[in-house]
Design a protein around this ligand. Structure first.
Ligand SMILES: [Zn+2]
Length: 345
């Protein structure tokens, strides 16, 4: 089948590739409609690796996808041919100890699309377990369906934070994941979410949502804005979504006593943070690795109109234009949040 293949670092090709895709009894075959370009796809393209994951053989990119079921396995009862769906790209071993804990995202055996050596979904069709395939409500488009994967990280972050109604949150970093965390925090009951960055363009996109207050740290630090707005008390929840080691310096100055700090961004190097400041507040530290058990909830929020991801799709390309789309994503326009590729259509 024709796919977008990362041949090696810096080299993409649209070409035929032989992919094993037999439909097992518990699988479905999905005709791919829309695929979002993720920062990780771009990073494999520009750097050939993410941490210990190294591209050592040609790999199909893409893991944020929605499409239509065209074949169902013999034991699949809850999905039918013609269903519009989105897919959770990580498939764990459901018999693993992590899965039994309900934390299947940290199963060491997870196979995740477009993470070497597993092929991604920028191709006409894919076979996937029905258990990780989710029907789109009628009022949710394919474009929104393909946004569920990045939004799921925000959902996981909000769940890890254990938000209570009326919480005030602060998000460090206004990239796609920071915005997703802010939207999930609002949907999860936060009264207000402050979000910080140095990019006025990115902050303007986030600030267009009711309840999200942009803070440009070129003018004033997030800690001082939050302190002023909360009478010196601090934010109930702080999400670190920048991965910038410098952000850790005053992370615990932002959170209120006994509040939560949720780490989402991945710093490339080890970071230094104020342990004493964290302990003095008895701050709770949580981490986010992908997501578990949130796709259905994300879809419910989108279908209910409580979360609108449509404004975040800032460019759509045909499959034949995939490489142009990747070049644009790699150029990192500050006005771009999510670029998508129409595989079918
Ligand atoms: Zn992604």
């Amino acid at each position: 089948m024709r796919a977008l293949v990362l041949e090696k670092k810096g080299e993409l090709a649209i070409r035929d590739i032989q992919l094993d895709d037999r439909v097992g009894p518990e699988d479905v075959r999905i005709q791919i409609h829309t695929v979002g370009i993720c920062g990780s796809d771009v990073h494999y393209y520009t750097h050939g690796r993410i941490g210990s994951y190294v591209v050592e053989a040609p790999m199909v990119l893409g893991h944020e996808a929605a499409g239509t079921i065209i074949e169902v396995g013999t034991d699949v009862t809850d999905l039918r041919i013609g269903d519009r769906v989105c897919m959770e790209p990580g498939v764990p071993n459901l018999a693993s100890r992590a899965s039994k804990l309900g934390k299947y995202n940290v199963d060491p055996a997870v196979r995740f699309w477009a993470t070497p050596p597993i092929h991604g979904v920028l191709r006409p069709s894919v076979v996937h377990p029905a258990a990780f395939t989710f029907k789109l409500p009628d009022n949710v488009s394919f474009a929104e369906g393909a946004m569920v994967e990045p939004f799921a990280i925000g959902m996981q972050a909000a769940a890890q934070a254990r938000i209570r109604p009326g919480d005030v949150a602060a998000v460090v970093g206004c990239g796609p994941i920071g915005i997703m965390a802010a939207l999930a925090a609002l949907a999860g009951g936060c009264a207000k979410v402050y979000i910080s960055d140095v990019s006025a363009e990115k902050l303007a996109i986030a600030g267009s949502y009711d309840g999200i207050v942009p803070v440009n740290i070129r003018n004033e630090s997030l800690a001082s804005v939050v302190a002023r707005e909360t009478d010196g008390w601090g934010a109930d929840v702080v999400f670190e979504a920048s991965g910038n080691p410098k952000a850790f310096a005053d992370l615990f100055a932002i959170v209120r006593p006994a509040g939560a700090v949720v780490l989402i961004g991945l710093p490339v190097e080890q970071v230094v943070f104020d342990v004493t400041g964290a302990i003095a507040k008895e701050a709770r530290i949580e981490t986010v690795f992908r997501y578990a058990n949130v796709f259905d909830r994300a879809l419910a929020l989108i279908a209910a109109g409580k979360v609108d991801l449509k404004p975040l799709v800032t460019g759509t390309y045909s499959f034949e234009e995939s490489i142009i789309a990747f070049e644009r994503a790699a150029s990192g326009r500050p006005t771009d949040v999510k670029l998508q590729i129409l595989v079918e259509g």
